[in-house]
Write a protein that binds this ligand. Structure first.
Ligand SMILES: Cc1ncc(COP(=O)(O)O)c(C=O)c1O
Length: 399
């Protein structure tokens, strides 16, 4: 994992961003401020504060407080953006910018590999509000995307890699086509948190499920939407504030606490994830490992070009002779890996996914059943021993 050399190193920035400054009696951390009502000393103050809407000023609890802004500033710093809006979940971080940047009559393009609830939101609520979405093969290039753009396409949504099937997208190429057309590029950058710098690669709006590695301890739900442009910030802020989006200050505070150790966790989990992925790739039961940081894996060249590191979420494709139910038996037999839908915490997880994934754009058809693996902070040798006994259950499964 390499730092971005134009600034302090990543660990230094995680230690020093989003601090309380001199405001709270010398404590290092920002205070946990809870509250709805904010009292104005005079009506003149009320008018002056209201005029600064969107800036970091306290007017009413819904606009956030120092606890929210410290986190927002830190996320903007980590992603290389200028402003972040903190929302109550990663899913809200997906839906809020879609609502903010689309209007009735618009067309939106989404990769077929998109996070399932984002797909459901597009085909459900966005459709009801008069926005049409079409799904594209995630691995297409500039010319093919250009051919899919319609006069009314205003948003090109991206997610790279896809969080279940790990297709890498050529974001700079897609952004060139989208921008030439006047469309905005939205990206779910949860997998690439910090190791992919969205705004340096043409993204306009970056989405984070901070629930994952940023929080890091599987004890909160929170999300962020980050932009790097003043006009985009006005639009995002108006949309998010208008929708009444708000995150609990307790969760913001906890997330800030998690972020202080993000670099060391991410580094350790990246290494452990690659070690476990390499071990799995050498196993006879495994047809393919979907981990873009592995040389030879699909998408590796794009990863090498655009990313400075990896997280510890990847996929395993088992040999076609194994039934999906055999992977369920394996998952249930594992002692250190839980069966869980989330990722980014300190604990290892698996999730068999065959039968749970929707594809409509003729995407990859994998030869055998799929399992998603998240590697936590346990010892790699223990995780591998657990997988070894799990694979024995897989091999022995007889329906
Ligand atoms: C890629 C991706 N984006 C967004 C989300 C939504 O995050 P949350 O669970 O905080 O709503 C998830 C959750 O699994 C995810 O995997």
């Amino acid at each position: 994992m390499t730092d971005h050399p134009e600034k302090h190193g990543f660990r230094t920035r995680l230690s020093h961003a989003g601090r309380a400054g001199k405001r709270v009696h010398g404590f290092v951390n920002p205070p946990l401020l809870r509250g709805s009502t904010v009292l104005y000393p005079t009506m003149k103050d009320r008018v002056a504060l209201a005029a600064q809407r969107g800036a970091h000023v306290l007017t009413y609890g819904l606009g956030g407080s120092e606890t929210h802004w410290a986190l927002a500033d830190m996320i903007a710093e980590i992603e290389g953006g200028s402003h972040s809006f903190i929302v109550g979940s990663g899913l809200a971080a997906v839906t809020v910018p879609l609502l903010a940047f689309l209007k009735a009559g618009d067309h939106c393009l989404m990769p077929d590999s998109v996070y399932g609830p984002a797909r459901n939101f597009a085909t459900g609520m966005l459709a009801r509000f008069g926005v049409e979405t079409s799904f594209y093969r995630p691995e297409i290039g500039e010319a093919e995307l250009a051919s899919l753009l319609r006069p009314n396409t205003t948003v090109v949504y991206t997610e790279s890699p896809g969080s279940h099937t790990f297709e890498m997208q050529d974001i700079p190429a897609l952004a060139r086509a989208a921008h030439a057309h006047g469309a905005k590029v939205l990206m779910d950058n949860t997998w690439g948190l910090h190791v992919f710098q969205p705004f340096a690669h043409g993204v306009d709006v970056s989405i984070q499920a901070l629930t994952k590695y940023a929080g890091g301890h599987s004890d909160l739900l929170i999300g962020s939407v980050t932009v790097a442009d003043e006009a985009d910030w006005k639009r995002l802020h108006a949309g998010a504030a208008g929708l009444g989006q708000y995150a609990s200050p307790d969760d913001c505070w906890l997330c800030l606490r998690g972020l202080r150790t993000l670099a060391v966790r991410l580094e350790a989990q990246m290494r452990a994830g690659i070690a476990v992925a390499e071990w799995l790739r050498d196993r006879d039961e495994v047809a393919e490992v979907l981990h873009p940081a592995l040389p030879g894996a699909r998408g590796h060249e794009i990863w090498k070009r655009d990313f400075t590191g990896a997280c510890s979420l990847f996929g395993v494709v088992f040999q076609p002779e194994f039934a999906p139910e055999a992977t369920h038996a394996m998952a249930e037999a594992l002692e250190l890996f839980g069966i869980g839908a989330s990722w980014g915490g300190y604990e290892s997880l698996v999730l068999p996914t065959t039968g749970f994934i929707t594809r409509t754009a003729g995407g990859e058809d994998f030869p055998g059943p799929l399992m998603r693996v998240h590697v936590g902070l346990e010892n790699v040798a223990d995780l591998i021993a657990d997988l070894e006994q799990g694979l024995a259950v897989l091999r022995g499964w007889r329906g």
